[in-house]
Design a binder for this molecule. Structure first.
Ligand code: SAM
Length: 325
């Protein structure tokens, strides 16, 4: 599919649930309410959308959430998605808490890539950021993902002022001895937690300067895929890479090839724009495959050019956990 700006859109991110087993301070309020399951897409509805998307040229699917691993039957769903003709890659973004048991079955089912969110190496700080998470379980999950042969493993850290901006060099250091991609994400403002988020943004430039001050120069990795939001670098002699995702200070909308499906069945054409297109209602009203494809194709054609953060245009309708990042 091509949008009206000529961008090829072939990467669909699907939120499998709005619920999560953590409550990261920068992601959602502590008293977050989740939707009843009947209001969320069922497995057959997700598969119908994936098949239609694949027929329209979508080749990559990323499963996210909320926390995708808490969805009942997630392994079988991955197997079914991976088997759809035209889908070349199935990936997942997870907090890793349940990966110790799930990494191997997920890999067997066809999951090829994993991004694990890990904002700190300090267990007490991890509990503070996630409101109750156990960091050791995440590391068990990372080990299980490696043992399952998932490579490259990407570790995502959202840099949040007052929480972990002093720890970015320690996180970056992980890339020296491990072939991991350590990616630093700028905090994005959304919904009811936008004020806190806006006050807590740490620019990629600041993060990079902190890393270089402690660990030496970062060398750009040649051959950057223009669709990858992370600008890749390497520390001298390192096995892995460092990436910066600078959505706020250096938007990369020109290279965007993605669209998103929320757990309640809305196509979201830009992470940071509120306009959505409903797929759940037409699906439940019995629309045909061709009708579904027309809705998706039209929605993608109308994908906005980019977000409006530089103009103070902050999306209000959802917090990040309801979209999936
Ligand atoms: N639960 C999974 C996880 O923890 O990775 C998947 C969903 S989570 C919403 C996806 C990613 O978005 C995580 O890396 C998370 O840290 C990041 N994230 C959440 N809120 C964010 C925000 N306001 N700005 C930037 N990234 C955010």
């Amino acid at each position: 599919m091509i949008d009206s700006y000529g961008r090829r859109i072939d990467y669909l991110r699907i939120s499998l649930t709005d619920a999560c087993n953590l409550r990261c301070v920068y992601c959602m309020p502590e008293d977050m309410r989740f939707k009843p399951r009947a209001e969320l897409l069922q497995d057959d509805e997700i598969l119908a959308i994936v098949r239609a998307a694949a027929e329209l040229g979508t080749t990559k699917i990323r499963l996210t959430g909320g926390e995708p691993t808490i969805r009942p039957g997630v392994v079988e769903l991955v197997r079914s998605i991976a088997a759809v003709s035209g889908i070349a890659k199935v990936a997942m973004t997870t907090n890793g808490l349940l990966l110790a048991d799930l990494a191997e079955p997920l890999a067997q089912a066809g999951l090829q890539a994993l991004n694990v969110s890990i904002d700190t190496l300090n267990p007490a700080k991890f509990r503070r950021i996630t409101r109750w998470g156990d960091l050791h379980r995440v590391w068990d999950g990372v080990a299980a993902a490696e043992a399952a042969g998932i490579h490259p493993l990407k570790l995502n850290a959202v840099v949040t002022r007052g929480f972990n901006e002093d720890e970015v060099a320690e996180l970056a250091r992980l890339s020296i001895d491990r072939p991991w991609h350590i990616r630093f994400i700028e905090l994005m403002p959304l919904g009811s937690v936008a004020d806190f988020q806006q006050e807590s943004v740490v620019s990629s430039a600041e993060t990079q300067a902190r890393i270089e001050a402690e660990l030496g120069p970062l060398h750009p990795v040649p051959g950057h895929d223009g669709h990858d939001p992370a600008r890749p670098y390497r520390l001298a002699g390192a096995q892995g890479q460092i990436g910066f995702i600078s959505t706020v200070t250096e938007p990369f909308c020109a290279g965007c090839n993605r669209y998103r499906l929320t757990a309640d069945g809305k196509l979201r054409l830009c992470l940071l724009r509120d306009r959505e297109v409903d797929l759940l209602t037409p699906l439940r009203q019995g629309c045909t495959v061709e009708e579904l494809k027309t809705i998706i194709r039209t929605a993608v054609w109308n994908k906005p050019w980019g977000h409006g953060l530089p103009n103070g245009d902050v999306p209000q309708l959802r917090v990040m956990s309801q979209i999936g990042g």
